[in-house]
Every structure is written in C-alpha cells, then in structure tokens.
Write a protein that binds this ligand. Structure first.
Ligand SMILES: Cc1cc2nc3c(=O)[nH]c(=O)nc-3n(C[C@H](O)[C@H](O)[C@H](O)COP(=O)(O)OP(=O)(O)OC[C@H]3O[C@@H](n4cnc5c(N)ncnc54)[C@H](O)[C@@H]3O)c2cc1C
Length: 306
C-alpha cells in the first residue's frame, strides 16, 4: 500500500473505537476460508463508532475511502484482497423483544442465534433460518431463505446507517425483495425488525430439527464452503444441471464441486479464489453449452486478483 493511501486510511479510522486489524487476511473471516488481505479490517465497538467510521471514510481527503461490510458466508473474496476498509458488525449483537410477536435484532446478530431466540420465545416464522450462517444484516441484503421461508416474509422494517452517518428507519415500502435479491438504499443495515407469530415450542423445535437434518444429509457441512454458488433457474435446480453436465466432484487445485451437493464448491485445504473462479466459469460454460441455460451467481465475488 502506498504511504499516501495509508495516511488517508489512518485518518478515516482515527478515534474509531473497536478492533482495528491492518492487512488482515479475509480468509480468516469467510466460511470458504479464502480471501486476500483487507487494507484494514474494523470491528466497531458500537453503532456510534460505526457511524463515525462511515462519516470519516466519506469525508476522506481526495475521494471517499471504499467501505465494505461483510458477514462472510456468501462471499468469494479474490486473492489480492480488498482495498479500503472492511467492516464486521460482530459487536452489534443486541436482540430486543418489542412485544408478544415483534423482535428487533442488530445487524451483527448471527441469523441462527436470532432463530434460536425466536424458538425460546415460542415464536414461529424463523425456522428456515436456523442453519443459515451469516448476520442479520447480510440476511436482509441477500433476502436469505429456503423453500420454507425467507427474510422478506418476516421483515417489517430495518435500520440503515446512511453514508452521511445518520441512521434511518426503513419501512417495507422502502425495500424491494426477490429471490436472494433486494433493492435497498445505500448504507449499512444495522438492525432489522421482524414480525413472527406465536406457536408451540415443540412444533417449532420439530420443524427446525427437520430442516437441520435435511441440511446435514445434503450439504457438505464439514468442509469450508459459501453455500449455494448459483441461483436455481426457474423450474429447475442448479445442482441438478451441474450434475447433468458431469461436473459433480470436478476439481481445480483444491477447489472441488462437492460430491455431496453439486451447487456447493468446497475448499479441500489450500484452494485459492482463482481456483474457485476457474471452476465457476467452467461450470457456467458447460451448463450453457449442454442445456442452453445461463446460470446466475448467488454468491458475491469481491476484491481484486493478486
Ligand atoms: C453452509 C452454508 C449454508 C447456507 N445456506 C443458505 C440458505 O439456506 N439460504 C440462503 O439464503 N443462504 C444460505 N447461505 C449463504 C449465506 O449464509 C447467506 O446469504 C447469508 O445471508 C449471508 O450473510 P452474511 O452476513 O454472511 O453476508 P455476506 O455474505 O458477507 O454478504 C453478502 C452481501 O451483503 C452485504 N452485507 C452484509 N452485511 C451487510 C450489512 N450489515 N449492511 C449492508 N450490506 C451488508 C455484503 O456487502 C455483500 O454484498 C449458506 C451459506 C453456507 C456457508
């Protein structure tokens, strides 16, 4: 990094309370265990510290410092890492019960923890979410879900930290959702408000256990991965298409199309983002050539090549 860039970054993070890690390998923060270093990774102590960071990054001399928020479970970070500031919301962990059926969770709460909280309170609607890694903020942005439900089905509002450092409350009318897709104003999702419904704990627990068993039986959960690589095209499954073209188990370096679930790529140990990208391109080409279907990525690819 150039000395001048380092100076600008130092100013952007100045007096921000929290953890600051320079040149932090993002492979330590992605479920795929892949990713080059961030110029600087910041874990703000609280919302106030995050707001200061956002304001300072925007006002940096010259031009705004890039700021990327991550949970890490739906990401492929390239081997050259990420310029600017990478933020994790690991310290924004509060869950508040608003009334009998409404809950508010801060953006850094792990989605599975929120699902367990709902279970403890006898609230149904988040059963699908147990077993989806990542944060509440990431789940809102991705409209995370399964065939049994998705975030947009339970979300009644969100709090967003806008680039000017102000927090705004978003209603449903301010947000648009589709399949693993959302349109939100620019900013950091720092909270989500959900409406669930009362149900028996035993029923909720039974449904959750069923979904978890299904995951264990079908997904390669013992190896690093980033969940589904491709979205399911209309009327079919990405995994089925990958299998049809004979790519299940195909390996490039230490990146392998999972033997267990063909829409997952696993890291067998020392896979690089380059390996994974080659594999993704190869799958895309073969599926398109043999079936005429263009696969769309579900995972997000960020950062730059080495
Ligand atoms: C084993 C496994 C199983 C999975 N199963 C499922 C599943 O069943 N269903 C499903 O939908 N997904 C699944 N996923 C994918 C992933 O867990 C979800 O997409 C999750 O919601 C991503 O959350 P994250 O916090 O990790 O966000 P990331 O993956 O880090 O980020 C995703 C995007 O959201 C942005 N973002 C993250 N946090 C914020 C924030 N607070 N404010 C603004 N932008 C933000 C990022 O910048 C990025 O663009 C699975 C992943 C794994 C590893």
């Amino acid at each position: 990094m150039k000395k001048s860039d380092e100076k600008v970054l130092c100013e952007a993070i100045q007096a921000v309370e929290g953890e600051i890690r320079w040149h932090e390998p993002l492979s330590l923060h992605t479920t795929l265990k892949i990713g080059g270093p961030a110029d600087v990774l910041v874990i703000p102590k609280d919302l106030e510290a995050l707001a200061r960071l956002v304001r300072q990054a925007r006002k940096a001399p010259g031009r705004p410092v890039p700021l990327f928020v991550m949970g890490g479970s739906n990401l492929l970070v390239r081997d050259g890492g990420m310029r600017g500031i990478v933020v994790k919301l690991s310290r924004l962990q509060r869950i508040t019960d608003l009334d009998e059926t409404r809950i508010e969770a801060e953006g850094g709460v792990p989605l599975s923890r929120l699902a367990r909280h709902a279970l403890e309170r006898g609230l149904s609607g988040l059963e699908f979410a147990l077993g989806i890694p990542g944060t509440v903020g990431g789940a809102v942005v991705m409209n995370a879900g399964t065939r049994e439900g998705e975030m947009s089905g339970v979300l009644i509002g969100a709090r967003i930290l806008e680039p000017n450092g102000e927090v705004r409350t978003l209603g449903r009318e301010d947000m648009e959702f589709g399949y693993r897709w959302s349109r939100l104003p620019p900013g950091v999702i720092v909270g989500a408000r959900l409406k669930l419904h009362q149900a028996g704990r035993a029923d909720i627990r039974r449904r959750m256990a069923g979904f978890i068993d299904q995951r264990k039986a079908t997904q390669p959960l013992t190896l690093p991965n980033a969940g589904s690589i491709f979205k399911n095209p209309d009327g079919t499954f990405a995994a089925k298409l990958v299998e049809t073209v004979g790519m299940k188990g195909h390996r490039i370096g230490d990146a392998q199309v999972s033997e267990r679930h063909a829409n997952f790529i696993v890291n067998l140990g020392r896979a690089t983002a380059k390996d994974v990208l080659k594999l993704i391109r190869l799958i895309g080409k073969r599926v398109e050539k043999e079936t005429g279907i263009t696969l769309e990525l579900e995972i997000r690819i960020v950062g730059r090549d080495r």
